[in-house]
Design a protein around this ligand. Sequence first.
Ligand code: ZN
Length: 251
Amino acid sequence: MQNKGPYYITTAIAYTSGKPHIGNSYEIVMADAIARHKRQQGFEVFFQTGTDEHGQKVEEKAGAEGISPKEFVDRIAGIIRGICDSLNVSYDKFIRTTDADHEVQIQKIFKKMYDKGDIYKGAYEGLYCTPCESFWTESQLVDGKCPDCGREVKPAKEEAYFFKMSKYADRLMKYYDEHPEFIQPVSRKNEMVNNFLKPGLQDLCVSRTSFKWGIPVTFDEKHVVYVWLDALSNYITGIGYDADGNSSDLY
Ligand SMILES: [Zn+2]
């Protein structure tokens, strides 16, 4: 059969703060169906799924069980991978954000973005619950109190690094206009454009100091990187992106 070229398909990666739910299976079974269909058509398919394993919730859950975060995520990631295998999902790679090669790349990506001026140091502001060591937004509060323990919260600031997402709004709008097929279906594209891009993108908090279970910033080790730059980068680190290398080497 004629090789129709590379076809890369991924799913969202499951967060390991607890047992997976039916939605994780739903998404991966649909992605599996597409991957199998594309292979039959002669595409050189690379199908990636995996787990997002850092963050405060994981650290808290592990602490409550008296085990390390790594022991905790090893167990949950094992359960999630086991579900994929029991459904006979034909993934080519199961990435974990605690994989050493992923973590090294995240550190390099962070440094590269910082050196280019796309990441700057600022202050994260929110409503803080001291016993829970957690920041909340106004809308997360329950009766004006901490949603976890019900105690008073008070406004607080924490040093953090931010990604200059605001800088990219115009560039994204232009790209979506020139490539109408880029986000499908169009209803989702409209939702994205109308709810996020048009009101103006906010800079994104990409590091924290109030918990430890993340990837340390190499040049400022009290900061850890989690979810945004960490988990989202799995789609490029999983196929061999090297921040120091040539990105044309990608799958
Ligand atoms: Zn609390």
